[in-house]
Design a protein around this ligand. Structure first.
Ligand SMILES: *Cc1c(COP(=O)(O)O)cnc(C)c1O
Length: 223
């Protein structure tokens, strides 16, 4: 078995174990293998091992590898997990199966208009700036309820859940709990949270998607 296949198997086993221990349904948790800045051979190893759910954080980088891989491997589900500029909305709607980083009205509007043009309704997540960090993307916590409503009612987006990246230097668990509370009061049940260092905690606190890069593929090459 390749390293990548072994890593996937190990992470999936850990997810299952953690979910079962804390009363979460393991069948509802999906592992997003974050393939940004990874050599194509490693991505192919994951595909050959049967994995189908992947994440990329740049539209342009994803355009370089995924159209062809999607043709070769059936059933790929590609998530956009990085910041989106409105001038890339067209490409994002064409390529991605889920867009997790909707965080401002301008992007919501651009995506809605592209989806209408392309006749394609791509599920979206609202990214919340859960640690209120000035340098991070995401809608402010206090603006989230109104923004979710705007995305649904004005832009008619298929809002499925919330996504966050907690502050690196802190315990992630309280932030995962907080994201869950914001989701519940907005009638959303899907949470995208947890990375290589903290995905087990994220599962414990109800993640539906964990986004794991280095844990699956090893260290990233510099851009
Ligand atoms: C890169 C990235 C990840 C994966 O990070 P690892 O620490 O390598 O697991 C998860 N989420 C987002 C938004 C990312 O940009």
């Amino acid at each position: 078995m390749s390293d990548v296949a072994a890593n996937l198997q190990d992470i999936k086993a850990r997810i299952k174990k953690r979910a079962e221990k804390w009363g979460q349904d393991p069948a509802k948790v999906s592992l997003i293998a974050v393939s940004k800045q990874q050599p194509i051979e490693r991505v192919i190893e994951a595909l050959e091992a049967g994995h189908r759910v992947f994440g990329e954080n740049r539209v342009q980088e994803a355009q370089g590898k995924w159209p062809e891989l999607k043709r070769k491997y059936e059933g790929v589900e590609l998530h956009l997990i990085g910041p989106l500029q409105s001038n890339k909305a067209k490409e994002a709607v064409e390529l991605f199966d889920v867009i997790q980083t909707v965080d401002r009205p301008k992007i919501a509007k651009a995506l809605a208009s592209e989806m209408e043009k392309q006749g394609k309704r791509v599920p979206v997540y609202i990214q919340v700036n859960i640690g209120a960090e000035p340098q991070k993307s995401g809608i402010a916590i206090e603006d989230t309820d109104a923004f979710v409503a705007e995305c649904r009612d004005v832009h008619k987006l298929d809002v499925q859940g919330l996504m966050c990246i907690p502050p690196v230097e802190e315990q992630p668990a309280p932030y995962f709990v907080l994201l869950g509370k914001i989701a519940v009061r907005n009638g959303l049940e899907k949470l995208s949270m947890g990375m290589s260092s903290d995905y087990e905690y994220a599962v414990q606190f109800g993640a539906r998607y964990v986004r794991v890069g280095t844990g699956v593929f090893g260290a990233r090459s510099p851009r």
